[in-house]
Ligand binder design. Structure first.
Ligand SMILES: C[S@@+](CC[C@H](N)C(=O)[O-])C[C@H]1O[C@@H](n2cnc3c(N)ncnc32)[C@H](O)[C@@H]1O
Length: 426
C-alpha cells in the first residue's frame, strides 16, 4: 500500500515547475509560523516590498525586532481558518504538519499560491534558491534538492559578480565613471560591487597600489590605462588622469577608476569626482577597504583595544613635521596616547619619531612597520619608537608601508606569543 501511495508523488516530481518572478510590492503575503524558517523567508519578502503579516503565538527575536520597527504586522496568536483571506502568497512555516496542511488547504480553496516548508511534494509552490547581482535576479530549482539548487545559484551569482559570466554586454550597462576602491592589495579584498563594476568596464584607469591581479581577469578588448606610466610620461599627472576619465566617458565608454584602498582616503578621489561632475559626467563612488586599517589588521595589529586605545589617528606623513605645507598637529599627536597610523612615512621616520618623542611619546612606545600589507610579500618589523627608524634602514623597508605607533602593538605581540605557545602544546 505504501508503494501505491508513493507513486503519484513520483509523477508530480517529474513535471517541471513553472518559474515566475512575483512582483509583491504593496501586496500582502501571509506567513504562518514564526520560527527559523519564517526568519529565513521574511527578509526576502520584505525586500520585494511585500506587506508581510506574520501569524504566530511566538516568534524569533529577529522577527520580533522587525515587528517592533513596523516592518511587518505580527498577529500574536495561532493560525485560524480565514487567515489567508486577502493574501497573494501564503507561507506555511509552522513546525506542526497538521497546521501547515490546514493552511495549504485553505490557500488551495482560495486559489492562493502556498509554499509549505515541511513537505515539498505537498507544496503548491516552491521557493527557488535565489540571489541578486545588480538588476539580475537568479532563481534555481533543482528537482526538490535544495542543496544542489543553492550550489548552482552560488556558481551563477559568483560568475556574475567576478565577471566570468560576462556582464559587459548586459542591457543595463553602467555609464560614466565609477571610482572604485580596490582595497589594500589582496585581490580578495575588493568589494563585491567594485568587482562587478570592474567586470563591466570598457576602460580601466589604474593606480600603482590597486590590486593588479584583477586586471588579468579583464577581457582583451578592455583598455587599461596605467596612471603611473606612459602615455603621459613617467607619472601621469592628476590633470591628465582627470582629462582621460572625462574623454573616455564622453565617448560612451564605461570607465572604472581603480584605486588602492578607499578612493577618499589620501587618494585624491574627491578631486576626480569634482572634475567629472563639472564636466557633466555621471560618477559613482564605490568605497574600498582602506589600507590604514586593513594593513595593521592583516598583520595582527588591532587599531583599538578595550582599555588600551580608544582612539586612532590616521596621518599622511608625505610632508615631514615642520615641513612647508604640513598641517598636522604633531605636538597634539605626541601628547596623545591614542594609536597613530602613519601612511607615506617611510623616508621621514627619523624626524617623525624624534618629533613624537620630543612632544611626549615615550621612547619605549611599541611600534610596528608593515610593508606590502595583505600581499604575498607582506612583512612586519617590530620595534620601539626610539629604534624604529634605524631598524627600518637596517632591514631595508620600502614603500608601501604603514607604521603603527602605540600600545596596541603590544597586544599584537601578545597574540603572537600565545599563538607560538599553542603551537608548542602537544
Ligand atoms: C597615497 S596613499 C593611498 C591610501 C589609499 N587610498 C587607502 O585608502 O589605503 C598610499 C599609502 O598607503 C599605504 N598603503 C597602501 N597600500 C598599502 C599596503 N598594501 N601595505 C602597506 N601600506 C600601504 C602606504 O603608506 C602608502 O604610501
Amino acid at each position: 500500500m505504501a508503494g501505491n501511495r508513493a507513486r503519484p508523488t513520483r509523477e508530480i516530481q517529474i513535471v517541471p515547475p513553472y518559474l515566475l518572478g512575483l512582483r509583491l510590492d504593496g501586496r500582502r503575503a501571509i506567513v504562518i509560523g514564526g520560527g527559523r524558517v519564517a526568519q529565513r523567508r521574511v527578509p526576502a519578502l520584505l525586500a520585494a516590498g511585500a506587506e508581510v503579516v506574520l501569524v504566530s503565538p511566538e516568534v524569533t527575536p529577529t522577527l520580533e525586532d522587525l515587528a517592533s520597527r513596523g516592518e511587518l504586522t505580527w498577529e500574536r496568536r495561532p493560525y485560524r481558518d480565514g487567515d489567508c483571506d486577502g493574501a497573494w502568497l501564503v507561507q506555511a512555516c509552522t513546525d506542526d504538519g497538521k497546521i501547515n496542511a490546514a493552511v495549504a488547504a485553505e490557500a488551495e480553496d482560495r486559489r492562493i499560491w502556498c509554499v509549505r516548508a515541511d513537505d515539498a511534494q505537498a507544496s503548491a509552490a516552491w521557493t527557488p534558491a535565489g540571489g541578486r547581482v545588480g538588476e539580475t535576479t537568479v532563481g534555481v530549482l533543482a528537482g526538490g534538492d535544495p542543496r544542489r539548487a543553492a550550489g548552482v545559484r552560488d556558481a551563477v551569482v559568483d560568475g556574475l559578480r567576478d565577471g566570468t559570466l560576462n556582464a559587459r554586454h548586459s542591457r543595463h550597462k553602467p555609464v560614466g565613471v565609477a571610482l572604485v576602491g580596490g582595497g589594500p592589495g589582496d585581490p580578495g579584498l575588493i568589494t563585491v560591487r567594485g568587482r562587478r563594476l570592474l567586470a563591466q568596464a570598457d576602460v580601466v584607469v589604474t593606480d600603482r597600489l590597486a590590486p593588479r591581479e584583477l586586471l588579468d581577469e579583464l577581457a582583451g578588448d578592455v583598455e587599461i590605462i596605467d596612471a603611473a606610466k606612459i602615455p603621459y610620461g613617467r607619472s601621469m599627472t592628476q590633470e591628465h588622469i582627470n582629462a582621460a576619465l572625462v574623454e573616455h566617458a564622453r565617448a560612451g565608454r564605461f570607465v572604472v577608476r581603480l584605486k588602492g584602498g578607499d578612493p577618499f582616503v589620501f587618494g585624491r578621489g574627491a578631486e576626480e569626482v569634482l572634475h567629472c561632475v563639472e564636466a557633466g559626467i555621471p560618477v559613482t563612488v564605490v568605497p574600498g577597504i582602506t589600507s590604514a586599517i586593513a594593513v595593521p589588521s592583516a598583520a595582527g595589529v588591532p587599531v583599538t583595544h578595550r582599555g588600551v586605545a580608544q582612539e586612532f589617528h590616521v596621518v599622511s606623513a608625505h610632508v615631514a613635521p615642520g615641513g612647508a605645507g604640513s598641517t598636522v598637529d604633531w605636538e597634539a599627536l605626541g601628547r596623545s596616547q591614542g594609536t597613530l597610523i602613519l601612511l607615506m612615512a617611510v623616508e621621514r621616520m627619523h624626524v617623525i619619531a624624534d618629533t613624537l618623542m620630543r612632544y611626549g611619546r615615550s621612547p619605549d612606545t611599541p611600534t610596528a612597520v608593515i610593508q606590502d600589507g595583505t600581499l604575498q610579500s607582506q612583512r612586519t618589523l617590530m620595534a620601539s619608537l626610539a629604534t624604529v627608524a634605524d631598524d627600518m634602514t637596517a632591514s631595508g623597508v620600502r614603500p608601501p608601508a604603514i607604521i603603527v605607533v602605540g600600545a596596541v602593538v603590544q597586544v599584537a605581540r601578545q597574540i603572537e606569543m600565545l599563538r607560538a605557545d599553542m603551537g608548542r602544546t602537544p
